[in-house]
Design a protein around this ligand. Structure first.
Ligand SMILES: [Mg+2]
Length: 212
């Protein structure tokens, strides 16, 4: 019997593309200026595309950002604006109907993630909102946050589902803790065999709970 679900945010409840094509313009500008021609234009283009798909620290590592370029990007990311309202994926209203305790765990820059959650208006639907903040010194990990939720809320392993898109992030963290994992196959998400279940949308999650 599933009593609690831990959700991811980006590519799970909302598409980062909803922020608009120019949402990351201040980051692109800051990186391009700080880079001063060291990384090629091709590498930068690829990195900018990856910003929409993965947390900043992974992208910076993958593309070999020099330390000062990373620093400039972090400063820009930490101040990014978000539209006043966001609607999330079209099935987002299903979230409120799920007969479970809901938790939100998201990785990213603290203020940027918080602004997206606020713009979606979904904060009150969760028993807890946890930001694995790239720009805060006391950062732990999604795995540590999941473990903390279980311990502090008194959930046992087999009553908790983890729902998200990323094989490397929440699916791996959930598996390491022995939790059942559900990969949500939003547009652009690469299917992983590591998840126990796969769903196309939140309506399928509702069905999965009903049949579980
Ligand atoms: Mg995600």
């Amino acid at each position: 019997m599933i009593k609690a679900i831990v959700f991811d945010l980006d590519h799970c409840l909302m598409s980062p593309h909803e922020l608009g094509a120019h949402a990351l313009a201040p980051v692109v500008r800051a990186v391009t200026e700080a880079n001063a021609g060291r990384l090629s234009e091709g590498v930068l283009r690829s990195a900018f595309a990856d910003f929409m798909r993965a947390p900043f620290d992974r992208v910076a590592l993958k593309h070999g950002f020099p330390e000062d370029v990373s620093a400039a990007a972090r400063t820009a990311f930490a101040q990014l604006a978000v539209p006043r309202t966001l609607r999330g994926y079209a099935d987002l209203p299903v979230l409120a109907r799920l007969p479970v305790r809901r938790y939100l765990v998201t990785t990213g820059f603290l203020l940027f993630q918080q602004r997206k959650i606020d713009a979606l208006g979904i904060g009150p639907l969760f028993a807890g909102v946890y930001i694995d903040a790239i720009d805060r010194p006391a950062r732990t990990s999604k795995k540590a946050i999941f473990a903390e939720i279980l311990a502090s809320q008194g959930h046992v392993m087999d009553e908790v589902l983890v729902v998200g898109d990323s094989a490397e992030s929440e699916i791996a963290a959930g598996n390491e803790l022995g939790l059942a994992t559900v990969q949500i196959l939003r547009e652009g998400v690469v299917r992983t065999g590591d998840a126990k279940h796969h769903i196309e949308d939140l309506a399928e999650l509702e069905a999965l709970l009903g049949g579980a």
